[in-house]
Design a protein around this ligand. Structure first.
Ligand code: PHE
Length: 349
């Protein structure tokens, strides 16, 4: 066997090994073996010097040719293997962008809080301050300062949870009127405030009564405030919360802390005033109590009722929510059933 034949065998065997290699690591081993210093080509080249001088160039260039062939084959095979490996990875890690994403459950304000937020936003825009007060209140602020002395029969209008003789769960947000009047400095300007919060009454729970519910108190005191201001304010609110088509109506009523007192109706949401079962065929639904602040309330809080006067109102967000969404049982708001509450999602979840 001539050296040339040896080289040809080396090439055939080498190409065979290269093409059969299935991963980059074994291909690299083949490369090191074939082309390395201890490899068959190097040792064949070493044998050249044993050949007659005239044969050397031919065999030498043949050896180089073989080395080039093998090198080329290795590079090609390396590309093939690398591509195959990449394709395998791409297939394994494929992302199906058409799959819907996983939604992250997000909370939202309770439907009653949503109503309160709307009311608060509206009044903030009209320059009112927003104040909150204690739910555990004194008899003094809840009743006496609201012109309801101890033996006053109107106390029965609001069945009360007493903690002691003097401490109770507030039955209304009206004590915030007295608390604010006491603190307000009229030399700095008129008093305009709303006070949202929770109130408690010892009612037996039924579809329209809960022992716990919400109120938003409103109070405006200045010189020259009239009942027209009250009506305009209430109309603005009705438009904001319910819509422009709603009207308000004031009916004479009685509260110890306002004189005159009114009960405020808005257009029945169900029949828009035509008369239906919901509004007992009157076309109107009662939504809040209001009136011109009684001089006794002002005087007791240290405000001169000869100079100052104004209006107050107390509205029930629970009732607003019932009317706005046609909910017929107030207790549903307090059961914390997300299936019920999600119906009022602003995000539509
Ligand atoms: N506090 C009264 C109630 O709870 C509502 C009201 C507030 C009435 C302010 C007049 C003025 O029924």
């Amino acid at each position: 066997m001539s050296l040339k034949d040896d080289l040809k065998d080396i090439r055939d065997q080498g190409l065979d090994d290269i093409n059969k290699s299935t991963d980059l690591k074994s291909l690299n081993n083949i490369r090191v073996h074939l082309l390395g210093k201890k490899g068959p080509i190097t040792s064949a080249l070493r044998g050249i010097k044993e050949l007659p001088v005239e044969k050397r160039p031919e065999v030498g260039s043949y050896a180089n040719e073989i080395r080039d062939d093998l090198t080329k084959a290795i590079v090609e095979q390396r590309d093939n293997l690398a591509n195959a490996q990449l394709n395998k990875r791409l297939a394994a890690e494929k992302i199906d962008v058409s799959l819907p994403g996983r939604s992250v459950p997000q909370g939202q304000p309770h439907v009653i809080q949503q109503i309160i937020d709307e009311v608060v936003d509206l009044f903030l825009g009209m320059g009112y301050q927003v104040l909150t007060g204690p739910e555990v209140e004194t008899d003094h602020y809840n009743f006496e300062m609201m012109n309801l002395p101890k033996d006053h029969p109107a106390r029965d209008m609001q069945d009360t949870f007493y903690i002691t003789n003097e401490i109770l769960m507030r039955t209304q947000t009206s004590p915030m009127q007295a608390r604010t009047l006491e603190k307000h400095d009229f030399s700095k300007g008129p008093l305009k405030m709303i006070s949202p919060g929770i109130v408690y009454r010892r009612d037996t729970d039924d579809p329209t009564h809960s022992h716990q519910f919400h109120q938003v108190e409103g109070l405006v005191i200045d010189k020259h405030i009239t009942m027209a201001d009250l009506k305009g304010t209430l109309l603005t609110m009705a438009h904001q919360i319910f819509g422009d088509k709603f009207n308000v109506r004031l009916r004479p009523s009685y509260f110890p802390f306002t004189e005159p007192s009114v009960e405020v109706d808005i257009t029945c949401f169900n029949c828009m005033g035509k008369g239906c079962d919901v509004c007992k065929h009157t076309g109107w639904i009662e939504v809040l109590g209001a009136g011109m602040v009684h001089p006794n309330v002002l005087n007791m809080a240290g405000v001169d009722s000869k100079q100052y006067g104004g209006f107050a109102f107390g509205l029930g967000p629970d009732r607003f929510a019932m009317l706005k969404y046609g909910v017929d049982d107030i207790r549903d708001f307090y059961l914390d059933d997300v299936r019920f509450l999600n119906q009022f999602s602003k995000r539509g979840i």
